[in-house]
Every structure is written in structure tokens, then in C-alpha cells.
Ligand binder design. Structure first.
Ligand SMILES: [Zn+2]
Length: 963
């Protein structure tokens, strides 16, 4: 009978709900464990890429439950922000591209999309969609605690949070640069941009060249290279303007003029010109007493910087290569009336020396990377290489005036400072990489003069954040430096906007708190949400005194009860529940949120809560690739979670997305892998159907082995789960256990034992295996658990413990011996192509075992010198025979040294009767090798040994002969 996945999943979802199995309330007899994962933003359905983080959090919650913890795992929905608003505007404007995305990629019914001109309809639709997906994935969420960030009490909670921050002087208003969408008139952060890029900006130096009474500013991060400028580049077809900028006459691209206005510069455009009008003209280089020519370059982006750049071919690989390409382009040159002599005048001027770059440095790296044209993507890497090399190792040459002999790092600051002082340069904030808003508009940097921001620059706050990071558990630990780095570079951050969904700034109501500021301490709100949702809390009367008492313990329950019109009992109940569940024990998130959300989460907890309520742990995971490629709308490879569940089952998807990679690695999701996993799960299920009898007869060698193996697997898997090394855990539970079971069945079949005879053993294995599988594949695990005769959910079962009494090292080693001899024999047969009639196995003589034990003991005590070992052996009467076979002792030492440490430790206490080990597997060996098996101990006087092979046998290394 085939497994009906749909019916089975439905059955268990219903049972979990009926038995309220994931609803968690305080229980003073149990230790609590609080797992949270970033609440979703409902502007699209969840796809496979989101699934990894949520599934990991759920697996963690389920694992901790089985470890005996009272686990709380809640979920909310983040409506805050502008993206949903922007989408609804695009729908209202009948934007066909967005409508197509909704209908063909997200599978939203057309009649629904028609309602999406109201932002709240978008949020509600995808809220429901995502929640259904979470239910279908089997996430063990306590849904009584669900909320959205525009709920009435939530906005009161956020107002409280902001009043607290303000009291502590951590929110202020002032002049502050932000990433900005000119179209929406709003600041943008990661959530608002296409491709989820955080807009990062930096200060460029504008080096001013002089021409005909005008300043020609060029943007650079390397002002010290002004001494090496040999020409300027301009885009001949782009539009430029002559303008007054703060009283000076400038020529810049018209896009630059727009950007300068956002930076509060006073810009008055007087005239428009095409870039080509400046080509071939000469421009005076600041500081140096010479002039350079303007060359045409289509690669110059008018939107970057000022739209005119200086060319430093000796130290900028792009400039060098562009100049080379220009030399070859005779047509272009004659078109602009530039002759070869003029081009010659632009040859590289080397101004920096550094170790390993004797010639023109740019040429050296170009040759090193084998670059041929300016379109070569390797130029980027070549540039980074050279820039950082010169920054750390470079020294200014004698042709750089008073800067000669300075390090590049120092000259950069000095040249900039001096040029700014002499008004030979200016400065401009600019995005490091171009960023586009979700509405499609190119973002800019804007200097906001009345912007509200959270002051993450506060030195005291920063140092507390470092303390918290020091004491927090991070998984994996290697992410710690990324957190410390973020804390160091974080500056003031805009925390409110003038549009979007969310909570109004309580003291300045034209502002709305933005989405990376109202999502940092909401985990505490899950405690309150339960009482809001069940109607017991009187929403309209809640005020700050309530949050002060419940979340911080200040004030009194009776005061709160009076001012909020609630009962003292209820207020105390909520307070006690918060005290019981807080702090957060484990916060799960994708790695991309380290530079913002996760670090803000730390900062804000520190600001608001006492140290005892700071988060205990953060778990960070990498992203998901689809068949080896990044998931993106343009590639059309986004698979919505719900349709994937319908096609492949929730369990197979859960396992596939976690088995592919450890935490930080990208996980490659492939359909082949999902199918493979599903089949493996079904095979375990079939096994559960087959082995229902509980009693076990006399234990044979292979029974002892499989039960001992099981203990090893439990031990290793538990250690892996404690570090959330889920890939390793799944490999143990799925692949390694499959291999073990296959070997076990091979052994059993060869002996002709019936299913009845082994049912007890197999059941023990299955019982343990199902429990270890349960956090990963909850649906089929429930079904199997029930089939094995359990009447309570596997969620309530405990994680398997190691049964020390079942470790059997002799059994472990015996099966290794058998698999090894089988592999050796098969190998010989394959190489020699003989078909043996008889296979002889000779096991080592008893005196060799004594030698082996002595040598092993010596190695374990650090003695590995052959001469010393021989001396000890010869001086001992029981091992003096070793004198005749020094080669064998050498090999023994090698055998031992190549053995893993834990295996050596086990063997110290072990003497195997190898003849009985092989006798036990005689049937299997005969069958596999298709030959008669003859087994002798080397000591056996009557042994048949035609080729005198027995003498080479060593302990654990029997000799083989075939005929
Ligand atoms: Zn926009």
C-alpha cells in the first residue's frame, strides 16, 4: 500500500490542533526554552528560500521539547513599512510587471489582485497565505500568540519602547544622511530595496580641475593619486551642466546636480552641454603644475559621482586598460580629433612604490590576471588587489612634493586635508554601490535636517553591546566577528518616516516608526499577545504603566489595575508569565540580517531590559540555492512553499533543505534530492509496518553489533544537535543508519534468521530512529510512532539517551573485521580476475596478540620509537619471539598509528577470538564471494596452508589465500 502523504499530513495537523500540543503556558516544574524566528513581512508568499530559517527554528523547538524543555515557539506578522504601500500604488497604477509577478509567480487569483490597491488587503492576503504554509510545513507554533504590528496594543507597546529610548537619550532629531528614494520621498533600508541590499554610503573626495574659469570636480576615494593623473574621462553622450554650486562655478553631470541638492548644496544650473563638448580640452591639475586632456569614455556613468573621473593609469587597472583600448580605436580618436601624440601625453606616471611592483603597478596586475579588455570582469578583482596592496604597503615617490616618503594611508588623509583647506577639493556623500528602491527608482543619499534617529553611535551603548556579544552563544561561533564589526561601524540610524504602515512616533505624530526599529524587542510582546487575542485584556485602557510593570517590574499591580481597568490577578498573571519565559533562549535568522536587525535586537534589549533579560543565543543560517543557482524572480526559479509541499510532501522538503548544508553554508535544493529523501523516508515507514513484534530472542553477534551501533549514533547525533549541526545529524539518522541496517539484514539473511527472530532488535532501532527523525520529519514520524504502538504524540516522547550497557566494542570490531575481509577479498578477485573455489582466512597466532597488546599500550603512553619498543618486547619472555619478526612489529606500529584514537582506546581492553568472529559470518562470506570459506588460526597445527600465508597474519589483519 502506497503512503498517502496528503491524508497523513492532514491527519496529524488535525490531531496536533485538537490536542493543543504546541500551546505552551508556564510550568514551574519544567525548564522553559524560548525559540523565536524573525516574523515574516507579508508582501509575497513564502518560498523555499524562506523555508530554511523557519524549518531550522522549528527543528530546534521540537528537539528542545524532546529534551524535556517547556518550549515556547510563537509567530507574528510584520506589516510595518513602505514596501506594501509602494506595491499597492503600483497596482493602482495598473503596473503590468507587478500584476504578472502576483499572478504567474505568486499564483494569486486575478480577482484578489484587483483588491491589492488597498495596502492592507495585500498584507492580509499574504499573511493568511504564509500562515497556511507554516501550518502545512508542520511548524510547532503556539498560534494563540499571533499578532500583527499594526494591532492596537502592539502600537502601544512600540510607543512605550520609543518613550523609553527617548528617556535614555538614545533617540534624537538632527541632521543626518540616509539612503533615500526620491520617488517616494522616504528613507530606504534593506527591506525597501530591490535585491534586499542595505544602502551603504561613504564620503568621496571631489578633486577639482580647472578649465576656463570653471571647476571640474572628479569623485575619488584615492585623492593621493592626483599626482598620477594623466587625463580625464567624460561620457561624450551624457548631459552635463554649468552651474553655481554654493557660489562656485562647476561643470558636472545633470544627475550629479540633482544629487547635490539632496545633500543640501545650493545648486543653480545655468547652462546644459553634452559631454563631447569638453573632449580634447585641457584641464589644470591641482597641486601639480601641469595640465591634462579630456578623453571620451562610454564607460563613465553620469550617475556616479560627478560624471567626470580622473585617469590614473599607473595605479588604476581600469584606467590603464581603457587607455590601451582607446589607442586601438582609431575611428573614435579621429572622430574627436585626438592624435597619437596627444594620447602619448597620457602615458602612466608612477607615483607610489611598493614591494613586488617594479614596473607600472596597474600593468603588473593586469598581466597577473591576464586581462585583455576593459570589459573583463577580472578587472574588479585586479583593482581591489592593487588598491589594498598599495594602501598597506605603498610609499609615495619623490614626484609627490611634500608627501614624498609618506605611507599611502597617511598621504591619503594629508592630501585630502590640504586640498580641502585650499579649496582645491570638496567632499560628497555617495552610495558605495548603486541601489534601487522597490518602486524602481535609483536611490540617493539625502541629508535630512529634522530626521529622528536612534543613536547607535553612543560609545557607552556600543561597549555594552560588545559585552552582550561576548556573553551570548552564537551558532556558528565564527559569526561573532561580524557582530563586533557591525557594532563598531553602526552610526545614527533613521528610525522614522513620513509614510507607510506602523506606529506613530508618540511625541511627533507626523512620523511613523520604520520596520527595522519596531521589530527589535517584540519577542517580549508574545507573552502579552496571548491575552490580547483571547480578549481578556482591555485594549483601550492599556498605557505605559502596564508595560513598565509587566516587562520591567516597576510600579505595582494595583496601580496598573486601576489605571488600565484590568484585574490585579490578570496583571500579575501576565507579569509572572513574562518572568517565566523571558529572556529569549534562541533567536533564529538568516545571515543577511546580522548587519542590521540582529545587531539592533541586541542594542535595544540592552537599552530597555536588565541584563538578566538579554538574549542568550543567536543562530544564523545561510541561504538556499535552487539547483545550484541563486533564487530570483528574473530566473523564474522561485518555488512557493505551498506548491512544493503539494508536490513533494512537507517532510521531504524539510529534510532536503537541512541535509544539504551546515548552518552558514548555502544549501543547494534540488528536486532529485527531494525525491531521494522521500523514498528513503518511505522505506523506513515500510520497515515499521514489517517489524511490529516486540520480544527479542537470544542476541547473536550481529544483534549486539546493531544495538551497539545504535548507541554510537545516538551519542554522535545528540552532540551534533546540541550544536545545531543539522546536516551531520541527518546524515547519521538517514544515511549511516540505512547503511547499518543494510549490513545487518545481509548478515541476518545469510544466516537464514526469520523476521520474527530479529523483530525485537529492529524495533528497538526503529523506536530510536523515529524519535531522532521526529524534529526533522514530524508527519511521517508521528505515523511511524503510532504504528510502533505508541498512543501519545512523538512530540511528547523524549529524545533517545545513550544506553551504556549496550555499547559492545567486541561486536563493533568484529563487524569491522568482517566487512574489511570481505572488501579485501572482493578487491583481489576484481584485480586478479580469478574465480576462487576456496577462500582461506588465517587469523594471527596468540603470541602476536600479546605483542599487539604490549605495543598498543606503549603507543598509548607516547612511546612510538621502533628501537625502544623492540627492546621492551625482547626483554619480556611472553613477547620475546618478536625478535624473529621485526618487520611484523613495524607493520603493527603502523596499523596502530593509522587507527583513530577512540578505536585504539577501545582495543586496549579487547582480545578478539577472530576465528569465531569469521565462523559466525561464514555463510555471508561464502555467499558474497561465491566460494567455500576455510578458517584457521595460525597456531593450528593441522591447518592447510599451501602457500605458507598464515605467518603474515596480524591481529585485526588476517591473511587471505584463494584457490
Ligand atoms: Zn521608491
Amino acid at each position: 500500500m502506497r503512503l498517502d502523504w496528503d491524508a497523513m499530513q492532514e491527519k496529524w495537523r488535525r490531531k496536533w490542533e485538537e490536542h493543543k500540543i504546541f500551546e505552551t503556558d508556564p510550568d514551574q516544574n519544567k525548564k522553559k526554552y524560548f525559540v523565536t524566528v524573525a516574523y515574516p513581512y507579508p508582501n509575497s508568499p513564502q518560498h523555499i528560500g524562506h523555508g530554511r530559517t523557519y524549518t531550522l527554528a522549528d527543528v530546534h523547538a521540537r528537539y528542545m521539547r524532546m529534551q524535556g524543555y517547556n518550549v515556547i515557539f510563537p509567530m507574528g506578522f510584520h506589516y510595518t513599512g513602505t514596501p506594501i504601500l509602494a506595491m499597492s500604488k503600483r497596482i493602482a497604477a495598473n503596473d503590468q510587471e507587478l500584476i504578472d509577478t502576483f499572478v504567474s509567480i505568486y499564483k494569486v487569483p486575478k480577482e484578489q489582485v484587483a483588491n491589492f490597491n488597498e495596502p492592507i488587503k495585500i498584507a492580509e492576503y499574504f499573511h493568511n497565505e504564509i500562515k497556511q504554509g507554516m501550518l502545512e510545513m508542520g511548524y510547532s507554533i503556539d498560534w494563540r500568540r499571533e499578532f500583527t504590528t499594526i494591532d492596537d496594543v502592539y502600537t502601544k507597546f512600540i510607543s512605550w519602547q520609543f518613550r523609553k529610548l527617548k528617556e535614555k537619550g538614545l533617540v534624537a532629531q538632527g541632521s543626518h544622511p540616509v539612503g533615500w528614494c526620491p520617488n517616494d520621498g522616504n528613507p530606504v533600508s534593506q527591506h525597501d530595496t530591490i535585491g534586499d541590499v542595505e544602502p551603504e554610503f561613504t564620503e568621496y573626495t571631489l578633486v577639482k580641475f580647472e578649465f576656463d574659469g570653471y571647476n571640474i570636480p572628479t569623485a575619488t576615494l584615492r585623492p593621493e593619486t592626483v599626482f598620477g593623473v594623466t587625463s580625464l574621462w567624460i561620457n561624450p553622450d551624457a548631459e552635463y551642466v554649468k552651474a553655481q554650486v554654493d557660489g562656485e562655478r562647476w561643470i558636472i553631470s545633470s544627475k550629479c546636480a540633482d544629487k547635490l541638492r539632496f545633500l543640501n548644496r545650493n545648486v543653480a544650473v545655468q547652462d546644459k552641454i553634452k559631454g563631447r563638448e569638453l573632449v580634447g580640452k585641457k584641464f589644470a591639475v591641482p597641486l601639480a603644475n601641469r595640465s591634462v586632456m579630456m578623453f571620451p569614455a562610454s564607460f563613465v556613468e553620469p550617475a556616479d559621482g560627478t560624471g567626470i573621473v580622473m585617469s590614473v593609469p599607473a595605479h588604476a587597472p581600469y584606467d590603464y586598460q581603457a587607455l590601451e583600448d582607446l589607442k586601438r580605436n582609431k575611428f573614435l580618436l579621429s572622430n574627436f580629433g585626438i592624435d597619437n601624440k596627444q594620447l602619448e601625453s597620457a602615458r602612466p606616471i608612477v607615483i607610489i612604490e611598493s614591494e613586488g611592483y617594479n614596473d607600472v603597478p596597474a600593468l603588473v596586475v593586469i598581466n597577473k590576471h591576464n586581462i585583455k579588455t576593459q570589459d573583463d570582469p577580472k578587472l574588479e578583482e585586479a583593482t581591489t588587489d592593487l588598491y589594498s596592496h598599495e594602501f598597506y604597503k605603498g610609499k609615495m615617490l619623490s614626484n609627490t612634493m611634500q608627501y614624498a616618503g609618506m605611507s599611502v594611508a597617511r598621504a591619503r588623509d594629508e592630501v585630502k586635508k590640504n586640498m580641502l583647506q585650499q579649496k582645491l577639493a570638496d567632499a560628497m556623500l555617495e552610495l558605495i554601490k548603486p541601489v534601487r528602491c522597490r518602486c524602481g527608482t535609483e536611490c540617493v543619499v539625502k541629508l535630512l535636517s529634522d530626521q529622528w534617529f536612534i543613536n547607535y553611535s553612543d560609545a557607552n551603548w556600543k561597549s555594552l553591546a560588545h559585552n552582550c556579544i561576548n556573553s551570548i552563544q552564537l551558532m556558528p561561533d565564527e559569526i561573532r566577528t561580524e557582530f563586533d564589526y557591525t557594532v563598531d561601524w553602526l552610526k545614527e540610524r533613521a528610525c522614522a518616516r513620513k509614510s507607510g504602515l506602523g506606529t506613530r512616533l508618540p511625541w511627533d505624530e507626523e512620523w511613523i516608526i520604520e520596520s527595522l526599529s519596531d521589530s527589535v524587542i517584540y519577542m517580549a510582546y508574545y507573552i502579552i499577545a496571548k491575552y490580547v487575542k483571547d480578549g481578556s485584556l482591555n485594549n483601550s485602557k492599556i498605557n505605559d504603566s502596564f508595560f513598565d510593570y509587566v516587562l520591567l517590574g516597576s510600579g505595582s499591580a494595583s496601580e496598573v489595575s486601576r489605571s488600565c481597568n484590568t484585574s490585579v490577578d490578570l496583571v500579575n498573571k501576565i507579569r509572572n508569565e513574562f518572568e517565566y519565559f523571558y529572556p529569549v533562549d534562541s533567536r533564529h535568522s538568516g545571515r543577511d540580517l546580522v548587519p542590521n536587525h540582529l545587531t539592533f535586537f541586541i542594542f535595544n534589549h540592552i537599552a530597555i531590559f536588565p541584563e538578566s533579560k538579554w538574549p542568550k543565543q543567536i543562530v544564523v543560517n545561510g541561504s538556499v540555492l535552487m539547483e545550484g543557482r541563486k533564487m530570483s524572480k528574473s530566473l523564474g526559479n522561485i518555488v512557493p512553499l505551498r506548491s512544493a509541499i503539494r508536490d513533494h510532501s512537507a517532510d521531504a522538503i524539510r529534510v532536503s533543505m537541512l541535509v544539504a548544508a551546515e548552518l552558514l553554508q548555502d544549501a543547494d535544493f534540488t528536486l532529485d534530492a527531494v525525491k531521494g529523501i522521500r523514498e528513503r523516508l518511505e522505506r523506513i515507514y515500510d520497515m515499521c509496518m514489517q517489524f511490529r513484534k516486540k520480544d527479542s530472542a537470544q542476541l547473536e553477534q550481529e544483534d549486539k553489533w546493531i544495538l551497539s551501533r545504535l548507541q554510537h549514533i545516538v551519542e554522535e547525533t545528540t552532540a551534533a544537535m546540541d550544536k545545531l549541526r543539522v546536516r551531520e545529524s541527518l546524515h547519521n539518522v538517514i544515511y549511516t543508519m540505512d547503511q547499518d541496517m543494510q549490513w545487518y539484514f545481509k548478515r541476518v539473511t545469510a544466516k537464514g534468521r526469520s523476521n520474527d527472530a530479529i523483530s525485537g532488535m529492529v524495533r528497538q532501532v526503529l523506536d530510536t530512529r523515529v524519535r531522532m527523525l521526529a524534529p526533522f520529519a514530524p508527519f511521517i514520524s508521528e505515523e511511524m510512532w503510532e504504528m510502533l504502538g505508541n498512543d501519545k504524540s512523538v512530540v511528547l516522547a523524549s529524545w533517545p539517551r545513550v544506553d551504556e550497557s549496550k555499547f559492545d566494542y567486541a561486536a563493533d570490531e568484529s563487524e569491522i573485521l568482517i566487512t574489511n575481509i570481505l572488501a579485501d577479498a572482493q578487491n583481489i578477485i576484481k584485480v586478479t580476475k580469478i574465480k576462487p573455489k576456496r577462500v582461506f582466512i588465517y587469523t594471527a597466532a596468540s603470541w602476536k596478540w600479546k605483542v599487539y597488546q604490549n605495543v598498543l599500550n606503549m603507543v598509548m603512553h607516547g612511546k612510538i620509537n621502533f628501537g625502544e619498543i623492540m627492546k621492551v618486547l625482547i626483554n619480556d619472555a611472553s613477547t620475546s619471539k618478536a625478535k624473529e619478526s621485526p618487520d611484523m612489529v613495524k607493520r603493527m606500529i603502523d596499523d596502530i598509528l593509522s587507527d583513530p584514537l577512540d578505536s585504539r582506546q577501545r582495543k586496549v581492553k579487547l582480545t578478539l577470538d577472530e576465528v569465531s568472529v569469521f565462523e559466525n559470518a561464514k555463510g555471508l562470506l561464502a555467499r558474497e564471494l561465491n566460494a567455500e570459506i576455510v578458517i584457521y588460526n595460525e597456531d593450528d597445527q593441522s591447518k592447510v596452508d599451501p602457500k605458507n600465508k598464515a605467518k603474515v597474519a596480524r591481529p585485526y589483519k588476517p591473511a587471505l589465500y584463494m584457490e
